[in-house]
Design a protein around this ligand. Structure first.
Ligand code: SAM
Length: 279
């Protein structure tokens, strides 16, 4: 089976995969993806054997632990998930639980992701998951083939719980980095995305731009996606910047969907970019 994301994740890059993969090198020594989320790009590149090794990270500890369990102990995970029934009562029981074993915590994460409202991940100030029940008719809670395919990919991947800056510190020429940070909000009224308890605000986007520029100077192949806003244009105006059309949920509860423009930014080493083109 094809390796595909095992979690639904806000900002998932499935529909932009061809655009993104076409702009990454055909052969990559070490592939870095510091904002992993659902990992759509990682799984696609792995499927096509485009890298020798990979280093990925995310700041969400539950997400990272889930991937580590898939990597080390996918069969225990499948066993636990296959016994988890789908009902509203069970959902709230699982949501309120705090399992001690990593494999049970990973099963809880996948269960809540498959059966919670819109696949959202949201925690309150004390770090407790607070997304309501999703009312899906028959969600696929346990998909053994998909989990095993993901485990085969993750077997050759280093998975870290760290900040993006540390993750890419060791990148060198012949490596490639893909940055997919939480989006800059599209309007003044939209709040900065709060994927985890600390919001990724303007100061973080500026720090990311400095890391991006430093990697370009070190001759690492870099690609970044973000929403098309005055801030992102200001930050990346000196690089190869392209606009691509994407469909996306444009508010956090997914009730408004529409076409928006995203930007893909590559360093000056990149060739074949159609500058300023709209797909
Ligand atoms: C837009 S999502 C990535 C979506 C992903 N590309 C996909 O296809 O599903 C951004 C991710 O960055 C993570 N994140 C936020 N701040 C971070 C930081 N400082 N360092 C690393 N990861 C961070 C969030 O937890 C979230 O999973």
């Amino acid at each position: 089976m094809r390796a595909e994301p095992v979690l639904k994740w806000a900002g998932g890059k499935r529909q932009l995969l061809p655009e993104i993969c076409a702009r990454l090198p055909a052969r990559i020594h070490t592939y870095f993806e510091p904002f992993l989320g659902g990992g759509a790009v990682l799984f696609e590149l792995a499927q096509k054997r485009r890298f020798e090794r990979a280093v990925v990270s995310d700041q969400n500890p539950e997400l990272v632990e889930t991937y580590q369990v898939i990597q080390r102990d996918v069969e225990s995970l499948i066993k636990i998930l296959s016994k988890m029934p789908h009902s509203e009562e069970e959902y709230y029981r699982v949501r309120a639980s705090s399992p001690r074993l990593p494999s049970r915590r990973a099963a809880r994460m996948i269960y809540l992701n498959r059966t919670g409202y819109n696949g959202l991940y949201r925690v309150n100030k004390s770090g407790q998951f607070n997304v309501p029940f999703g009312r899906y008719v028959s969600p696929r809670i346990c998909d053994p083939e998909r989990l095993r395919a993901a485990a085969a990919v993750l077997a050759r991947v280093e998975i870290r719980h760290s900040d993006f800056e540390q993750t890419v510190a060791r990148a060198r020429p012949r490596d490639a980095v893909y940055f997919d940070p939480p989006y800059v909000p599209l309007s003044e009224t939209a709040r900065f995305a709060e994927y985890y308890s600390t919001p990724f605000g303007e100061a973080e986007h500026r720090r990311l731009q400095r890391v991006f520029a430093e990697l370009v100077n070190r001759r690492v192949d870099v690609l970044l996606s973000n929403s098309d806003t005055p801030l992102t244009r200001e930050l990346y105006g000196d690089y190869c910047l392209e606009t691509v059309a994407a469909r996306r949920n444009i508010n956090s509860d997914g009730t408004r969907r529409g076409q928006v423009h995203e930007i893909l930014v590559g360093g000056p080493l990149r060739t074949g970019l159609r500058l300023g083109a709209t797909a």
